[in-house]
Design a binder for this molecule. Structure first.
Ligand code: HEC
Length: 284
């Protein structure tokens, strides 16, 4: 072996042994945790590198500049799939009829075609068994129904988690649990600026009929969610989930009409709850 090839060969062995011993493929807890796709890509890459190195070695060792060694397995595969008769032997399979000079060869059906033919039949039998006899496979409509059911289930979870609540869909919470949660959130996050009784301080009075950004559950939810950063009202959506923002907004509305100890003078415009549906804008 040429010395350069010896080096290449050692490198090849090194790569392969690294690949098969490395933690990358082990499922140890402390080691890497590559996902399946990454693993497959890695294996392909290693195989490609190994192949290129291997070919380099073969080509230069055997002086196989035409690539005959490389092509041999492909030619073999080709023959296996087609079983074609070489041109020089075609006269052996020539049929004896002759249509205006057109002759016919008695070729065998190529194996790839046989494979497809029998393959589809076998596949059909397996399919028939799985979907119509054993019943382990779901037919289209059963599969559809199962998916719809799953989607409904996921939707229910989403609704329960409050992820579907936004300023368009939010409704006033009236249950004690939500209001108690709202009260707790208010005490923890909001009293520094709005006072414990909602009378106001840095922030406006939340108990009166006047609102800078509109009253009603939807507007209040929206103000809490996006805040008014320029005026010192924090954007709460990164700290409170939608269900919590609904609770605290609903709690604020329970403070309406109460008499705070030191009420801040009304700011904004007089809010009257729209009769039909609550729109997003404040009424003046
Ligand atoms: C750092 C001080 C501060 C904190 C903390 C704070 N706010 Fe505010 N808030 C303000 C200010 C200032 C405004 C007025 C914004 C403006 O002038 O546009 C405001 C406005 C509001 C409004 C709108 C009032 C209106 O008239 O339209 C609501 C509702 C509100 N805050 C709720 C809350 C809730 C709920 C919390 C706690 C989760 C909270 N705020 C925490 C400072 C604060």
């Amino acid at each position: 072996m040429k010395s350069i090839n010896k080096i290449l060969f050692s490198a090849l062995l090194l790569i392969l042994s690294f690949a098969f011993q490395s933690e990358i493929f082990a499922q140890s807890e402390g080691g890497y945790d590559l996902n399946a796709v990454m693993k497959v890509m890695l294996v392909i890459t290693i195989v490609m590198i190994a192949l290129v190195m291997w070919l380099t070695i073969i080509y230069s060792e055997k002086n196989d500049l035409e690539g005959a060694l490389f092509k041999a397995p492909f030619a073999k595969l080709n023959q296996m799939l087609n079983r074609s008769v070489p041109i020089e032997k075609e006269k052996d399979i020539m049929l004896d009829h002759d249509y205006d000079g057109i002759r016919e060869l008695d070729n065998k059906i190529p194996p790839w075609f046989q494979f497809l033919f029998w393959g589809t039949i076998i596949w059909a039998l397996i399919y028939l068994f799985v979907f119509h006899i054993s019943g382990t496979g779901q037919l289209q409509d059963a599969e559809y129904k199962a998916e719809v059911q799953q989607a409904a289930f996921e939707r229910e979870l989403l609704v329960k988690s409050g992820a579907m609540i936004n300023e368009e869909t939010v409704t006033l919470a009236t249950d004690a649990a939500a209001l108690a949660e709202g009260k707790e959130i208010f005490a923890k996050n909001c009293v520094t600026c709005h006072a414990a009784d909602g009378g106001g301080g840095v922030g406006p009075n939340l108990t009166d009929d006047y609102w800078i950004h509109g009253g009603g559950i939807k507007n209040i939810f929206k103000t809490i969610k996006y805040g008014v950063p320029a005026k010192g009202m924090i954007t709460w959506q990164s700290q409170l989930d939608p269900a919590k923002m609904r609770s605290v907004a609903s709690y604020i509305l329970t403070l309406h009409g109460t008499k705070p100890a030191a009420p801040k003078a009304p700011q904004g415009t007089l809010w009257t709850e729209p009769k039909t549906d609550s729109t997003m804008t404040a009424k003046s």
